[in-house]
Design a binder for this molecule. Structure first.
Ligand SMILES: [Zn+2]
Length: 469
């Protein structure tokens, strides 16, 4: 062989070091595990995630993968398994949560823990949130072990308890008391996914940051009195004016790397009308009117632009003929990751501009604040490449307006990327979304997710792969 060809041939060999996988076979095996895991009722509370741990443990141990059961509460165990790499890079953590939200069985066509298959779907609580990630991560561990693929870093798999309602036995315990066992440079967990609308793939999303849930109360005071002699300065009036002001306020807009890139890239994928809107956000001349439009028509997107305030509980008075001397509103505040919350409360006080109304910070089961994960790491690009390979689509980094357990990992310095399976936009509207009356996943979406998870994991961890840039 000509020397030059020999070199090319060797290069081709090392690039094809990826083992051949019989996906048709793996899909059926994964489907069987997925159904078994969905059939285990882990509604949280009470969770009982240990039952999933027992199942997963059996599967992994049968193939020689060592498993640690990590439980603060014996009914609510987490599982940790590790496949060693050569240690030249720090570990990758792949994680899925084993609990689900609750169900109202009367709303289900197929029983919520049946994992029934019908018309290309699998039905059951947890079929979207988050048992696809859990199963795909487990399958990826099996494939790594079976293929003997060489790794530059350890891959750590965690079946996590308590994500939906109780971080104590789950991520709280893992990060506080089991940290050395799961300490990693990079983590993949729930939070992103692939968006399809009208039967057409749109784009993939990688969650790289999220807003921080905070809470405060508005406390209004005024004179008490007899209900037959209304007062213009009653606590209830002060409160209602303040609530309206704060709820209609457009808090200062600010972008971070993720949201700036998100809107720029989304504009390229949108209709001309939407594109003009997303681009216009960066133009001070146009931005105010666009924000007003979004507040009205697209509250999810609007919330990504700033720290948001939703007045969700109002309390005041106790008897129809008594003017009460105090009234209160509880506010759900979702802060941008870099928000100086004390300064924000001072700003709110200025906006309300009423000495009879005080802003009082409240304690909330707080997830820690942390800097966004980088959108320029090789790991991010590997996940992007995996989406491209499996779905042939572009990826957008996203900031979640809600909270996930990745906040705990980010606070520990882990670069976290939220990933997920393909979902049809219309399906959530029909009532089959995560946390909906019913829940289902397309079998084909589950199968693609198995492959995506393997591609993303090996893209980040396998040896001898050129890192995509
Ligand atoms: Zn979830």
């Amino acid at each position: 062989m000509h020397k030059r060809f020999a070199v090319l041939f060797l290069a081709a060999l090392s690039l094809s070091a990826q083992p051949k996988i019989d996906w048709a076979k793996i899909n059926q095996e994964g489907l069987r595990h997925f159904q078994a895991i969905v059939q285990i009722d882990t509604t949280d509370p009470p969770g009982n995630e240990t039952r999933v741990v027992e199942y997963v443990k059996k599967v992994l141990e049968a193939e020689g993968i060592a498993v640690t059961v990590a439980a603060k509460d014996p009914q609510r165990a987490n599982l940790i398994a590790r496949i060693k790499g050569n240690g030249s890079k720090r570990p990758l953590l792949i994680m899925g949560h084993s609990d689900t939200v609750r169900v109202d069985p009367s709303k289900w066509t197929f029983p919520p823990f049946s994992a029934a298959r019908d018309g290309g779907y699998i039905y059951g609580r947890g079929t979207l949130d988050d048992k696809p990630n859990l199963t795909a991560a487990m399958m990826t561990m099996l494939l790594i072990k079976r293929s003997g693929i060489k790794l530059d870093r350890d891959v750590i798999f965690v079946s996590e308890a308590g994500e939906e309602a109780s971080t104590g036995p789950g991520i709280g315990y893992l990060t506080e008391e089991r940290w050395p066992e799961i300490d990693a440079e990079v983590a993949l967990a729930e939070g992103g996914g692939v968006k399809r609308a009208g039967g057409k793939l749109q784009y993939a999303m990688i969650q790289t940051t999220e807003k921080m849930p905070r809470a405060a109360k508005l406390v209004a005071t005024g004179p008490a009195g007899h209900g037959s002699r209304p007062l213009r300065n009653s606590a209830v009036l002060h409160l209602s004016r303040a609530v309206e002001k704060i709820a209609m306020w457009d808090p200062p807009m600010r972008f971070n790397d993720t949201t700036r890139y998100y809107f720029e890239k989304l504009a390229n994928l949108s209709s001309p009308e939407d594109a003009a809107r997303f681009k216009g956000l960066f133009d001070p001349q146009k931005s105010v009117a666009i924000r007003e439009y979004l507040a009205e028509h697209d509250p999810g997107t609007y919330s990504m632009l700033h720290t948001s305030i939703a007045p969700n509980i109002i309390q005041g008075g106790y008897q129809v003929n008594v003017i009460p001397s105090t009234a209160e509103a509880t506010l759900d505040i979702r802060a941008l990751p870099d928000e100086d919350i004390k300064a924000f409360y001072e700003l709110m006080t200025k906006v309300i501009n009423d000495p009879a109304v005080k802003v009082v910070p409240l304690d909330r089961n707080q997830r820690p604040g942390a800097a966004p994960s980088s959108i320029t790491t090789p790991a991010f690009h590997s996940v992007e490449a995996a989406y491209k390979k499996v779905y042939g689509i572009t990826t957008l980094p996203v900031m979640a307006t809600g909270a996930t357990d990745m906040a705990f990992l980010r606070a520990k310095g882990v670069q976290c990327y939220g990933i997920g399976a393909m979902r049809d936009d219309e399906d959530a509207v029909k009532g089959f979304g995560a946390h909906s009356d019913q829940e289902r996943i397309l079998e084909d979406a589950l199968f693609k997710h198995f492959q995506f998870f393997w591609e993303a994991t090996t893209g980040i961890a396998a040896s001898g792969k050129r890192e995509p840039t």
